[in-house]
Design a protein around this ligand. Structure first.
Ligand code: URA
Length: 228
């Protein structure tokens, strides 16, 4: 099998082999960006290669405290892609996103609009758990971004549902509060994106469930409009 340069680097990375690049190679895929991250160029990877690459990733400090990476779960050709913030303790233990109490509520929310957990694709901004569930650092989300972007390219969803402030703000590159981002469709490149509250927040503030229901109905409408 012929490997291109980025595939070769991804394999070496996945195998834990250090790759040295010249200091002045400023177009390098491993170059530091302004957030001090080493963003992965995963743009040439297929699904299995991407999964292996994420599983072996050690590009940021989170790799040393994780139990395992949490790649994502569901149908790789789903119409709906759900994007959350980062794995929590239960997700880190089980290697699957949204499996704790918030995950159960997310499943119920999706079921209410006719989407089973196995029919959607669920991923997070970060593939590793931040210690004590702290917010992702800018360099961590920038480092992980290439993996998520490749997942979106491969799934090609009709709609992205961004759940919670961190996911919504990072995806849309804004600091506008969720309350002002929700309720209308956005675009992430060519893909429509709807923002809603995080299920963990809904567990604390059940009165916001009505607005979440409206967001899900909006997402369903936008996904239907995006159908061929
Ligand atoms: N919260 C998230 O944003 N993602 C998970 O996977 C679990 C909890």
């Amino acid at each position: 099998m012929q490997l291109n340069e980025s595939q070769r680097r991804a394999y070496l990375e996945a195998m834990g082999i250090d790759l040295w690049v010249p200091r002045d190679e400023d177009d390098s895929e491993l170059a530091m960006d302004s957030a001090g991250s080493q963003q992965a160029d995963a743009s040439a990877l297929g699904w299995d290669e991407l999964r292996d690459c994420v599983a072996g990733c050690s590009r940021c400090e989170l790799h040393s405290s994780r139990t395992q990476t949490v790649f994502g779960v569901g149908d790789p050709q789903a119409d709906w892609m759900i994007i959350g913030e980062a794995p929590g303790a239960e997700e880190d233990r089980r290697g699957e996103p949204f499996v704790g109490r918030a995950g159960k509520l997310l499943d119920e929310m999706l079921r209410a609009v006719g989407q089973g957990r196995s029919e959607v694709f669920i991923a997070n901004i970060l593939k590793c758990r931040p210690p004590n569930n702290r917010d992702p650092k800018p360099a961590e989300s920038a480092t992980c971004r290439g993996y998520l972007e490749r997942q979106i390219q491969l799934v090609q969803p009709r709609i992205i549902l961004a759940v919670g402030r961190i996911a919504a703000q990072l995806l849309l590159d804004t600091d506008t509060p969720v309350g002002r981002l929700r309720g209308k469709p956005h675009q992430l490149g060519a893909t429509p994106l709807v923002v809603t509250y995080h299920p963990a927040y809904l567990l604390r503030s059940p009165s916001q469930k009505r607005k979440t229901w409206e967001d899900l109905c909006l997402a369903r409408r936008v996904a239907a409009e995006a159908s061929p």
